[in-house]
Design a protein around this ligand. Structure first.
Ligand code: ADP
Ligand code: MG
Length: 239
């Protein structure tokens, strides 16, 4: 069974059509990257996957259930683009609070903090953290419930290169353990780190394939260049 199935999804925000009839599936146990420039609709699509986005038509199922249904609450983790942790709690208090929501304990909270490299900052108030640390605290709070599907909206923005590499290794370890990850990024050099790619532009999919398939289709080894060629090919068809 696919972890996520999106069918003919149309989303309008205000007068704009933001997602224009998307259909794709996300296979389980893999890291799928949602790549696209700013404003292409990544966050809107991820919101639809977790069931918080009003959609005009079409549908999304996650683990066989309609997106957002109560049965999915403990099975789907979501890390928003803006870190969603409590500024006036410590890092550890945040992790323990989310652990309690998911029916987990202090042990799991500490493990999640260690996994994102925040064990040393556990006693600090979130308001005193750097942006990158806040993002990681937010990620730890999603990891603490050990979700089957993890939806991450630009989780590596603002991280130094070492932490970025560590985080991608962490994503692959989670996938190897059976989790499904859907990770958005506007940085094309992260595309190569994904098992599958969804290339989004102006609310439409330019590609839904492995990085190797995208390279082969575009006839270039550079994924950023491949993305540009796919855009040009699409525009020629449209013209
Ligand atoms: P991305 O995450 O790829 O940057 P978004 O999903 O945030 O893209 O936005 C897609 C489009 O929807 C953009 O053109 C943006 O201007 C528009 N949009 C985003 N949020 C809103 C909103 N609250 N109201 C109206 N339009 C919005
Ligand atoms: Mg976004």
């Amino acid at each position: 069974m696919n972890a996520v199935t999106v069918t003919d999804l149309v989303v309008d925000r205000g007068k704009r059509r933001v997602l224009d009839g998307l259909s794709f599936t996300v296979p389980p146990g893999q890291v799928t990257g949602l790549l696209g420039p700013s404003g292409s609709g990544k966050s809107t699509l991820l919101r639809a996957v977790v069931g918080v986005q009003v959609v005009r038509s079409g549908g999304v199922t996650v683990l066989g259930e309609p997106a957002g249904s109560p049965a999915l609450r403990s099975r789907v983790g979501y890390v928003t683009q803006a870190p969603s942790v409590y500024a006036d709690l410590t890092v550890r208090e945040n992790a323990r609070y989310f652990a309690a929501l998911y029916g987990r304990g202090a042990k799991e909270a500490d493990a999640a903090l260690a996994a994102v490299g925040l064990a040393g900052a556990a006693g600090q108030l979130v308001e005193n953290l750097s942006g990158g640390q806040r993002g990681r605290a937010s990620l730890a709070c999603a990891l603490v419930g050990d979700p089957e599907v993890l939806v991450l909206d630009e989780p590596t923005v603002g991280l130094d290169p070492v932490l970025r590499v560590e985080l991608w290794a962490r994503f692959h370890a989670l996938a190897a353990a059976g989790a499904t990850l859907l990770v958005s990024s506007h940085v094309m050099d992260e595309a190569a780190r994904c098992d599958r790619l969804l290339l989004l532009r102006d609310g439409a999919l330019l590609a839904d394939a492995t990085p190797a398939e995208v390279r082969a289709e575009a006839g270039t080894d550079d994924l950023e260049d491949a993305f540009l060629r796919l855009i040009r090919a699409r525009e020629e068809v449209a013209a």
